[in-house]
Design a protein around this ligand. Structure first.
Ligand SMILES: Cc1ncc(COP(=O)(O)O)c(C=O)c1O
Length: 542
């Protein structure tokens, strides 16, 4: 073997074993994260934003490096190009998205999970991780459905069933739920061997219908569009039902949509209730939806990806009344269970429901095995359930209750700050811990209530532009962050642009929230925004 090749082989051998002298650059990063991850993020993520184009320059080559690189060199590259320009999602002033701080123990446990490198698709590569994942599903199932202990003794480790599926996030959880719904609607029946075998076209013919539809409010998450597409339902048949007050589905409109579908020979496959809409955090009337699903004889799924953990709270659980009547429920662990990215779950009321999507292979997932992969959409999966298990065990029901209550209280406080402020308008009342608002001085709010629809539209269009610039400049300054979206409010005919705040980081204080508004008022002083405000004249701006 030539010397160079031998050297490369030796290097490779070293990186798969414990090196005699571990790389000090990576070691220093590792130590810094272990000692004080918050401090590391604070000092290494730079506040001043580079444009995405500038960042792209560091990632523009398509050539796979021919020669091995020193770990230290690579670590320096990562620090400069990746860490420095990542987003400080754990910062207490980062209140715009659903990603926030993590409890400290997640990091070492995530390292342990990586070190073990289990593959929970099958028992042969995961052993204890399989019963642990089943236990996590039972815990979440019990949180939602509260069945008696005997139920769980019967089903928790039953090879014929699964109480749900752990997956990479809410998108896969929702898709899995609707996959089950679809396959149950087109279950084997007489000569028809079921949709899983014969496909959708034959299923529709067998049932004598021209299509199937999903019904969700206009606040439904876009993952349902992906599911409609993948499952052959078609995005045209994802029916976005109008909302009533406070962003909850309008039951009257839902009934009308179902009647219309009936007229077109299209069968509602599932009603999807939302427990914590992505944009505003509001909760659909789940009891009424459950009643209606029962009346229709159709599947009822609840997307509680965000709001599910509200069930931990004795004071706020009632907001989700009716969730236990759902056939399936999505809950994301990487949202309000404070688990790192890549952890979602769906639970099914009926533990045998997943038999509708069961798959087997000759080398694994054999009939009667306890392999989790026989009823998950994903194949190979990491042992993320460890981190969910850790959160549930270490934080516990009472700990999560405190976190939920704190977030809801903080959202109410922030809403009050906005209501009292002369320059802002609250555009959605927080029910959970998400709210929306916009820059709109009270004087302008009063005018908006009086002027013609045309003038209202003109003013709202200008306010939209201000909102957009505000959010952009605030993000670029890197001190605090809120996101933005577009919403239809009953007060205004047209959709308006609003700022969105998600209050799940326990380290966010009321003072930080006040500073978010102060910073926004300072940004508004920019000439560009003042020029826009001048167009709302003659209304005096404070
Ligand atoms: C209500 C709701 N459902 C589903 C999802 C999708 O979850 P994920 O991004 O984990 O796939 C989200 C994500 O924000 C959500 O808010």
């Amino acid at each position: 073997m030539p010397n160079k090749a031998r050297a490369n082989l030796e290097t490779l051998y070293r990186i798969f074993t414990v090196p005699e002298t571990p790389d000090s650059t990576l070691g220093a990063v590792d130590q810094a994260i272990t000692d004080n991850v918050a401090g590391f993020l604070q000092t290494h993520i730079v506040a001043i934003e580079q444009s995405l184009e500038q960042i792209e320059a560091g990632f523009s080559s398509c050539a796979i490096p021919e020669e091995p690189t020193y770990v230290s060199e690579y670590t320096e590259f990562v620090k400069a190009n990746l860490v420095a320009q990542s987003v400080h999602t754990a910062a207490p002033g980062f209140v715009g998205h659903m990603t926030s701080a993590l409890p400290y123990f997640m990091l070492p446990l995530a390292r342990l999970m990586t070190a073990l490198n289990q593959n929970v698709v099958k028992v042969e590569t995961s052993k204890a991780f399989t019963p642990m994942e089943r236990q996590v599903l039972a815990m979440i199932h019990h949180l939602v459905y509260r069945f008696p202990k005997e139920f769980y003794s019967e089903w928790i480790h039953n090879s014929q069933a699964a109480l749900g599926a752990v997956c990479s996030g809410g998108t896969i959880a929702n898709t899995t739920a609707l996959w089950v719904a679809r396959n149950r609607l087109f279950a084997p029946d007489g000569v028809f061997r079921g949709i899983a075998q014969e496909g959708l076209a034959r299923g529709l013919r067998h049932r004598g219908i021209d299509g199937i539809a999903l019904l969700v409010s206009e606040r439904g998450h876009y993952s349902l569009g992906k599911a409609a597409d993948l499952l052959g339902i078609g995005r045209d048949h994802l029916i976005k039902v109008k909302t009533a007050e406070n962003n909850r589905i309008n039951m009257q409109a839902l009934r009308e949509e179902c009647r219309r579908l009936q007229g077109e020979n299209i069968r509602p496959l599932a009603l999807v209730g939302i427990a914590g809409t992505t944009e505003t955090g509001n909760v659909d009337p789940l009891e009424e939806m459950a009643d209606f699903a029962e009346e229709l004889g159709c599947y009822f799924h609840v997307d509680a990806a965000w709001g599910g953990p509200t069930l931990f709270s004795d004071s706020h659980r009632r907001l989700l009344n009716g969730i236990d009547r759902a056939d399936s429920v999505t809950i994301d662990a990487h949202k309000q269970l404070y688990v790192p990215m890549g952890a979602g779950m769906v639970v099914f009321k009926d533990p045998t429901a997943v038999s509708a999507i069961e798959h087997h292979a000759a080398y694994i997932l054999r009939h009667g095995s306890k392999d989790l992969g026989s009823h998950t959409l994903e194949g190979s999966r990491p042992g993320m359930a460890l981190l969910i298990h850790a959160g549930l065990s270490i934080i516990g029901r009472k700990g999560y209750e405190i976190l939920i209550d704190l977030g809801i209280q903080r959202a109410r406080t922030f809403a009050e700050l906005i209501r009292q402020h002369p320059n802002f308008e609250l555009t959605s009342e927080p029910e959970l811990n998400i709210l929306t608002y916009r820059y709109c001085p009270k004087t302008v709010q009063q005018k908006l209530a009086e002027v013609s629809p045309e003038e209202k539209a003109r003013i709202n269009a200008i306010l939209d532009q201000i909102c957009l610039l505000l959010q952009k400049y605030q993000r670029e300054a890197g001190k605090t962050f809120v996101s933005r979206t577009r919403l239809q409010m009953s007060r205004y005919k047209e959709e308006i642009t609003v700022l969105r705040s998600v209050l799940a980081n326990p380290l966010t204080t009321d003072e930080i929230l006040a500073s978010v508004l102060t910073e926004q008022c300072e940004i508004v002083r920019k000439t560009e925004i003042q020029a826009l405000l001048a167009q709302i004249d003659p209304y005096p701006i404070q």
